[in-house]
Ligand binder design. Structure first.
Ligand code: PSU
Ligand code: MN
Length: 316
């Protein structure tokens, strides 16, 4: 049944008011909540991330699609549905799909409920007029790319979306050098935050360098302003913010368990959208939860920094 919506996306009143008053707003994705973290911890994390944004004086705008309506800014009940905690079978839990930007049109047309990945979140947030987005780690080129051609839609979308994405690099389950190369080819600006090393998601350092370093939120905002001044292709800025070394996953454990995860993924023939959640879930179990703590530490740091960048941007 075709659906009709007056405005896409629907922006919550709180987010709309903040944008109108030029107050800082930070977009948050929902795939990490629905598919990237184990339940029931995921709901607490979703709420915690919003609270962290507020504690920094900014307004959080979690993005998702509910009953075919793309939304920027969720209320408590909407966040609970995405986390699968409504218990009422109203499309929550397993019924929450993972939506990249290409999935938005069919989700709208069919009235589906789903969590948005980096690509869908960046797209909807930019459409709503948001400029700053915080997440964990981006998708990218998978290690089996030559065989599977699996490159996250995150990369191409960020090559044509004017938004600043704070992340802990790209997920270390990926081919990180290939992903950095693709970002260069696609023309996406990458800034290390207080570092000249590209972060490794669970690890503070992926072993690869970055060309540019920002020392504070004002410097990031200055890059954003320069992007607008140039009026070049509508591309993103990645702010690569490393997890604190004290909170990173033990690198030796990381390398060992990741090799097991990749082998298991191959053996089971996991493909497509299922690959990233499978690998993240495997790592959580195989590290006894240590990868989850490192993942959360990275996301928390990114969300806090996102709020500060949004404040610097709003203050310009
Ligand atoms: N960061 C995390 N956990 C996640 C993701 C990012 O800490 O689960 C999600 C993001 O939504 C990202 C997606 O867009 O993983 C990438 O999935 P894929 O590789 O299928 O494009
Ligand atoms: Mn993929």
């Amino acid at each position: 049944m075709p659906q009709q919506h007056s405005a896409v996306p629907v922006v919550s009143e709180e987010v709309r008011e903040a944008l109108d008053r030029r107050q800082p707003v930070v977009a948050l994705e929902s795939t990490i909540i629905a598919h990237g973290l184990p339940r029931p911890r995921n709901l607490a994390v979703g709420a915690e991330l919003e609270a962290l944004v507020r504690a920094e004086g900014a307004v959080p705008a979690t993005v998702a699609v509910l009953d075919g309506v793309p939304r920027v800014g969720l209320d408590k009940a909407q966040l609970e549905r995405i986390a699968g905690a409504d218990g009422a079978g109203g499309g929550g839990g397993e019924g929450v799909r993972k939506l990249g930007h290409r999935d938005l049109a069919p989700a709208i047309a069919s009235g589906a409920t789903g969590a948005t990945t980096v690509s869908a979140t960046a797209f909807l947030a930019a459409r709503a007029g948001l400029r700053v987005f915080a997440t964990g780690g981006l998708g990218g080129v998978h290690r089996e790319w030559a065989h599977s051609q699996d490159e996250s839609a995150d990369l191409a979308l960020l090559a044509r979306t004017r938004i600043t994405v704070v992340c802990a690099g790209v997920k270390s389950i990926l081919d990180v050098p290939a992903t950095l190369q693709r970002l260069e080819t696609l023309g996406v600006t990458v800034l290390g935050y207080r570092t000249d090393r590209f972060p490794g998601f669970y690890l503070a350092d992926s072993g690869l360098p970055v060309d540019w370093t920002a020392r504070d939120p004002e410097e990031v905002a200055a890059v954003m302003a320069a992007q607008d001044l140039l009026a070049g292709p509508e591309s993103a800025v990645l702010v690569a913010n490393p997890v604190a070394e004290a909170e990173q996953l033990d690198p030796a454990l990381h390398d060992r368990v990741l090799a097991e995860a990749l082998a298991e993924c191959r053996e089971r023939g996991v493909t497509g959208q299922a690959v990233t959640p499978f690998l993240l879930g495997f790592l959580v179990r195989a590290t006894g939860g240590a990868s989850l703590e490192a993942n959360l530490a990275a996301v928390r740091g990114n969300v806090r920094l996102g709020a500060r960048i949004a404040a610097a941007w709003a203050g310009r």
